[in-house]
Write a new protein. Structure first.
Length: 1121
């Protein structure tokens, strides 16, 4: 009760706490005190080691280590500093322990690589943080998988025991290189220099140390190597190969006996050394005799070892002799080679052999027995036969390497492919040459053989807790050697690692089959399979699996064994209903449901959340591991306004299950990152072009940029800070013009979404820089029209040649200099440009700057001010308007004068016609007749060229008949009269249209007159007015006032009607015709009875010249054709 302090032993490191106190006496407990201020405990090393540490065999040189990571409350420190340390070493104590550090606090597995084959290891895991390390986990043991021996036996030796056998001995393989239980040894041997593959001699049992090789070639040098093998396969052969020769023996027969020269009493024989000399050839023996049944003595000749020919003389003509050649070694004379020869000079090439045949029972998988009938030898015995074979369907003819004997009629063709079709042919060879090839044999198919290769097992993975899924690739089709019938699956349970080690120590000479159960066999008859689920296996056991293929003949070799641990299977289904929601600009909330229970294959230990940016999957892919079987996680520290794909997979003790289909979501907007680097260009003494790159992480929709620049030190005592806002859709550059010469400026740019992000900064010093050109000469300005030409002289080029010139301009009212023209060639000293690029009405100053590789130079002295006001065109000048007004006034006066003169002329014409007009009465509306439209085509065809200045149309558009004329039939007109009066009509009148005003004038001058039907004129006044000069002049003047008549005018003739016939619209026949020009002729009407009522009027005459009864011209006719 008197304590003033209390130590709390149960506080968690790195936790935030507050405390309250209570007092207790015999009566009871007091109320709690006020809470203390919140404190945070210090960090401490982890208290616990990772749990559930397991070690599994991964391969011959690797182990797979897994553990359960610490929970977050077990870190006892900053989570970012938490990691794991792995310690592993050989269980037998050899070698030094190794350490591996993993700095990811959520990592749960690791593969130990580069281990020794078939070696047991002891592994431990501990957690650590920034303070220190926690305790080590309990050690776990694991053994790497068996492998093939990594070296051959030592001390390999060989000794010849006979001419066809060798004894090979070898020593042990180093224990570290055995890599498993040795099942035996194999001796590889072949003749030195031969390209054929090495042959194998098997010595079973790991205690074997020697082998007796037999059936070898005599007196032949062999290369020998020895290797050991385990159940995983053959190891590395011993090196270097051992060379040993078998003992010598009597030689084989010489080969290649030929008689290139044969006479009736002489022959010459040649040969080659034996194919199997079986030792060193010491001599040759040649004998010959007549080939008869009677016993005759043979002539024998012994030749030296280098002899290759022999000539026999004194022979009988046309006789057959038998020659024998024998070779000799130190072991004695060998087998003789025999050859027949006929002493004649009539030799020829042999005839082709017969067609090769093969019985079906003589056909094997890799060989065929061929037989044939020999052809004629051409009086020269056949020395050998050559056999060729061709693989069907598209193979080439191939020569069999071994020739057939001269006396053979059958031959075994070997080294063929199983289950393959062939054709064969044969030719014979004698001393003269080769025969033609025989006829091709029938197609033969070799028999099937057992497959040569095994399937390749691609993977074996646990599928459930009692099954595994095997995937494989079939062997190549040409190695099946027949028709594939199926796959054969062999599997067996392997003993525990500890038992296996005990068995090896207890039975060092035992074979592997004695220590393991026999294989269980499962046949798969479906040849298209590439995977199979092997089930009904025992839990928590290791299995060895092999595969082979089989056909009708047998089974092929098995594949190398593969091991798998059964009892732990990964989930077979992905989590369900994965959903992703954007929480903030840097966080996504992911939720899901567990996989179906039947697909979990055990307890779900956690989930792996795979997520990546949509546009950068390879660079941004990450995995978040959740070790508790929860149904949601928050993905933090993401990039703002970025689309992510999220996929979730469940895992258990066996591993990861399949991933769910990716779900897409986008984080919310955030402030952007800093823009890219700032670049400066076109730097002059007062301006610079500033450009920048967009931010690498916009984190939203960019609304713009803010550019701030200021001098690093005050200019004239003033430090001006300028801020410019640039819209988001504007170009990423800006021209800054208000700089001071030789001053260093600081530029800062930052981007903006809904908020500004960090800025990027850069400094630049205005020109001119060191090595830049000096100022050009003062510019001289010349102006021509709207063009301005600037002249200058070159200045100091600086430390490099001038590359171009730049012209700057500014308004004369102390505006800012700006580049007007750039990239002017260095060769020119003047430049012309249009004033259109300048603002009108403003005066400008100009200066020139030279540029070289060091930058912009010092500008020239500014030019005198030049106004950009353009000269007005002449049509905008005041005097041009005055001239136009005067010209218009003159035209108006002329027009008034013409109208006055024309009016007076019309008035005079009306006075002269007033007497004639008073007697005429207007036609009634019922007396008006229409012009027959059907006469138009005839008018056009018959009188196309006529032109007249008259009209039938009144102003109101009503067509009328001309009044009847008195006694038209009694008048006769001559051509002279017609020509005379036609001259009064202007010949050029050919207009087809007529203005209304002109029609009105015509009506006023050419009035029409009609008389009553019963009225007859007692007196004709035509001749009277024709001869009257007053009327003639009036008519002439009248014609000038009439506009041009239509090219086509129409009249109607009443010459055939009596004067007293009343006019009627229903009985009158209208017919118009084209008027002819004044030079044309027209028939003269004779009598009224001779002219029909439809006779067209063919000539225009003045009213005064018309005969009685003729129609007067109708005035006012307008073009309606």
């Amino acid at each position: 009760p008197r304590a003033g302090a209390l130590l709390s032993p149960t506080v968690t490191p790195l936790s935030s706490l507050s405390f309250r106190m209570r007092q207790v006496n015999i009566v009871g407990t007091s109320p709690p005190s006020l809470p203390s201020r919140r404190i945070q405990t210090l960090q401490a090393p982890p208290d616990m080691a990772p749990a559930n540490v397991t070690l599994r065999t991964a391969s011959e040189t690797s182990l797979w280590l897994r553990w359960m990571p610490l929970l977050e409350q077990e870190y006892n420190g900053n989570p970012d500093s938490v990691g794991y340390r792995i310690r592993y070493a050989r269980a037998d104590g050899r070698g030094q322990p190794a350490l591996h550090v993993i700095r990811d606090r959520v990592e749960r597995e690791f593969t130990l690589e580069d281990l020794e084959e078939w070696t047991e290891y002891r592994v431990q895991v501990q957690a650590f943080n920034a303070i220190s390390s926690g305790p080590w986990s309990a050690p776990v043991l694991g053994r790497t998988r068996e492998s093939v021996p990594s070296s051959g036996p030592s001390n390999v030796s060989a000794a010849a025991t006979s001419s066809s056998s060798l004894l090979v001995r070898w020593g042990d393989i180093p224990e570290a290189d055995c890599n498993g239980l040795l099942l035996g040894y194999k001796v590889l041997y072949k003749q030195k220099g031969s390209e054929a593959p090495a042959q194998l001699w098997l010595a079973e049992g790991n205690a074997s140390r020697s082998a007796q090789l037999s059936g070898l070639a005599k007196y032949t040098l062999y290369e020998l190597r020895v290797l050991a093998f385990t159940r995983m396969g053959d190891g590395v052969p011993s090196r270097p190969p051992v060379l040993e020769r078998t003992l010598d023996d009597v030689p084989g027969p010489p080969v290649g006996l030929l008689f290139p020269e044969v006479r009736t009493t002489l022959v010459r024989l040649i040969w080659q050394p034996p194919a199997a000399p079986n030792g060193v050839i010491l001599a040759y023996q040649v004998s010959h005799r007549l080939n008869t049944s009677a016993v005759t003595a043979a002539a024998v000749e012994v030749l030296e070892a280098g002899a290759r020919q022999f000539t026999a003389t004194g022979l009988q003509p046309e006789a057959t002799y038998l020659f024998r050649v024998t070779a000799q070694t130190r072991k004695g004379w060998g087998e003789a080679a025999e050859a027949l020869v006929v002493t004649t000079e009539k030799r020829a090439r042999p005839q082709p052999p017969g067609k090769p045949l093969a019985q079906q029972e003589e056909v094997r998988a890799r060989s065929v027995l061929l037989s044939w009938e020999p052809g004629s030898d051409g009086l020269s015995p056949v020395r050998y036969y050559t056999v060729q074979s061709r693989e069907l369907p598209a193979g080439e003819w191939a020569l069999h390497s071994a020739p057939a004997s001269h006396n053979a009629t059958a031959f075994v063709v070997d080294r063929l492919k199983p289950f393959t079709s062939y054709k064969f042919r044969v030719k014979a060879t004698n001393d003269i040459g080769d025969s033609e090839y025989s006829e091709e044999s029938e197609s033969l198919t070799t028999l099937q053989a057992a497959p040569e290769e095994a399937p390749t097992i691609l993977s074996i993975t646990p599928h459930t807790t009692t099954s595994v899924l095997i995937r494989w690739q079939p062997p190549a089709e040409d190695t099946i050697n027949g028709i594939l019938l199926g796959f054969r699956l062999r599997y067996r349970e392997l003993p525990h690692d500890g038992l296996r080690g005990f068995a090896l120590r207890g039975h060092p000479g035992a074979g592997w089959a004695e220590l393991t159960p026999v294989y269980a066999v499962h046949n798969l008859s479906e040849v298209s399979l590439t995977q199979y689920e092997l089930d009904n296996l025992s839990k928590h056991r290791r299995y060895e699996i092999r595969m082979s293929v089989y056909n009708a003949v047998g089974e092929g070799p098995p594949s190398p064994p593969q091991e798998v641990f059964v009892g732990e299977a990964v989930p077979t289904a992905a989590p369900l209903n994965v959903a992703v929601q954007a929480a903030t600009a840097t966080q996504l909330d992911v939720t899901w449901e567990p996989p179906p229970v039947e697909s979990q294959n055990g307890d779900i230990q956690g989930y792996k959340i795979h997520f990546w940016e949509e546009r950068r999957q390879n660079e941004s892919a990450r995995v978040r591991t959740l070790f508790l079987p929860e149904s949601g996680v928050k993905l933090k520290n993401l990039t703002g306004y970025t689309s992510y794909w999220v996929s979730v997979a469940a895992f258990n003790a066996a591993g990861d299950g399949p991933r769910s289909a990716p779900v897409k979501a986008r984080t919310q907007q955030a402030a952007p990152s800093a823009p890219g680097s700032i670049r400066f260009s076109e730097l002059t003494t007062t301006s610079v072009n500033v450009s920048w790159e967009p931010p690498a992480l916009p984190n939203g929709v960019l609304e713009g940029y803010r550019l701030v620049y200021e001098p690093c030190s005050p200019v004239d005592g003033v430090s001006k800070i300028v801020t410019v806002d640039v819209k988001g859709n504007s170009p990423l550059w800006m021209k800054v013009k208000d700089l001071a010469e030789g001053v260093t400026y600081r530029f800062r740019i930052r981007a903006r979404t809904f908020a500004y992000g960090p800025d990027v900064e850069a400094n630049i010093t205005t020109g001119p820089g060191e090595g830049a050109p000096g100022p050009p000469g003062e510019p001289f300005i010349s102006r021509y029209g709207s063009a301005i030409t600037i002249h200058w002289s070159s200045g100091d080029p600086g430390q490099g040649p001038i590359t171009r010139y730049v012209i700057e301009a500014r308004p004369s009212d102390e505006g800012l200099w700006d580049i007007l023209i750039k990239d002017i060639p260095k060769e020119v000293t003047s430049y012309t440009f249009s004033m259109d690029i300048l603002k009108q009405g403003v005066s400008y100053d100009f200066r020139v700057i030279a540029v070289n590789d060091y930058g912009y130079g010092t500008p020239s002295t500014p030019s005198p001010s030049v106004s950009a006001q353009k000269t007005n065109p002449f049509y905008e000048e005041w005097w041009f308007l005055v001239v136009i007004a005067l010209v218009g006034l003159i035209f108006i006066l002329l027009l008034v004068f013409v109208l006055i003169i024309r009016g007076q002329s019309k008035k005079y014409s009306k006075k002269s016609d007033s007497g004639n007009s008073s007697k005429a009465a207007a036609l009634s509306h019922g007396e008006m007749v229409s012009l027959d439209e059907g006469s138009f085509p005839a008018l056009e065809l018959n009188n196309r060229r006529l032109s007249v200045k008259n009209s039938f149309c009144r102003k109101n558009g009503i067509y009328t008949r001309s009044p009847p004329r008195p006694s038209p039939g009694s008048l006769h007109y001559s051509d002279e009269d017609v020509t005379k009066y036609n001259d009064l009509i202007p010949a050029e009148s050919s207009s087809l249209t007529e203005k209304p005003s002109e029609v009105s004038d015509s009506q006023g001058s050419d009035s029409e007159y009609e008389v009553e039907p019963g009225h007859q004129k007692a007196h004709s006044f035509v001749n009277h007015y024709i001869s009257d000069p007053t009327y003639y002049n009036s008519w002439r003047r009248q014609q000038k006032g009439i506009s041009r008549a239509q090219a086509y005018s129409y009249t109607e003739s009443d010459s055939g009607e009596p004067d007293h016939t009343p006019l009627s619209n229903s009985t009158s026949t209208q017919q118009g015709s084209l008027f002819r020009p004044k030079a044309s002729r027209t028939p003269t009407p004779q009598t009224p009875g001779n002219a029909p009522s439809s006779q067209p009027g063919t000539l225009y005459r003045p009213p005064s010249s018309l005969a009685p009864g003729s129609r007067a011209p109708i005035a006012g006719f307008s073009s309606f054709v």
